[in-house]
Design a binder for this molecule. Structure first.
Ligand code: CU
Length: 280
């Protein structure tokens, strides 16, 4: 009887413990971990990160475990005599070979992912992202939407920054003209800059590429679901570095075609007065 009661209260306390533990696990995966991946590449980076984190934690626990155990168990006050295995060849080989093997295994796992990140061939759409102090310019260079060009600036009201208005959910992560791309298409992003070094980063796509004045770099992503994803300039670029966010709207193929038609109309409307002026 008594054992039953003990077991019962034990299982209750375990259940009571499980709730906060589950909540913490949920926080770790959502709040403190990398963004939820929205592309195959981000998925690979996510698992690479998780595996390497496990490897690091195991090494950390083993090394510090041995160290603290040795300090405690072999302390001088217990009269412990130091070991005398100076210049032990076995030890020297072991502590060279083991870390080397760990690095090789990590390299074998990571190299194909890094190679894939650099493979910008066969893109469906090419977009040039130009960093300015402090906004982004986008030019659709190739593929559906070719010729579209606009600037993308922060749309969070200044009053929110100086605490005169309550901060909204998308505080400092919203822009007037987001980049629009179709879902499931390979988008090549060519990055460059007009003044200082910026960097184009969208964590959910696993993309981060420096935008350097006078140089052209490229990266790519293929979003695997519809939604709005954001990132920020990831290279300290001056006083308004924090105020040049990146917003990418991933839409269906049909919605993308519609958006392209709208943008083309806008471009034509803007071009018409200029042509008229030229004709005069
Ligand atoms: Cu910047």
């Amino acid at each position: 009887m008594r054992i039953n009661k003990v077991l019962q209260s034990l299982s209750l306390s375990v259940a009571g413990l499980a709730m906060p533990v589950l909540a913490l696990a949920n926080d770790i995966t959502t709040k403190y971990n990398l963004r939820t991946p929205a592309s195959g590449m981000a998925e690979s980076l996510y698992s690479l990160h998780n595996w390497l984190m496990i490897v690091c934690v195991v090494i950390f626990v083993v090394v510090f475990g041995v160290m603290f155990y040795s300090i405690y168990a072999h302390r001088k006050s217990k009269g412990h005599q130091p070991a005398t295995f100076h210049e032990s060849t076995t030890m020297e080989i072991a502590w060279t070979v083991v870390p080397f093997l760990i690095v090789v295994v990590i390299g074998v796992y990571a190299t194909p992912i890094v190679m894939a990140q650099k493979d910008t061939t066969n893109a469906d759409i090419t977009i040039k992202a130009t960093g300015y102090q402090w906004k982004w310019g986008y030019d659709y260079l190739k593929g559906e939407g070719q010729g579209i060009s606009f600037l993308s600036t922060l749309s969070t009201p200044y009053e929110q920054r100086i605490n005169q208005q309550p901060k909204t959910l998308n505080y400092l992560s919203e822009v007037d003209n987001p980049v629009v791309v179709p879902v499931g298409k390979k988008i090549r992003v060519v990055t460059t800059a007009n003044d200082v070094i910026h960097a184009w980063m969208v964590p959910a796509f696993g993309v981060k590429q420096d935008a350097i004045p006078g140089f052209v770099r490229d990266t790519w992503f293929k979003a695997d679901r519809i939604g709005t994803f954001n990132g920020h300039c990831a290279e300290l670029c001056g006083k308004d570095h924090a105020f040049m966010p990146i917003v990418v709207k991933v839409v269906s193929a049909e919605d993308y075609t519609k958006w392209v038609a709208e943008q083309k109309k806008k471009l034509a409307a803007n071009a018409a007065p200029a042509q008229l002026a030229q004709a005069k």
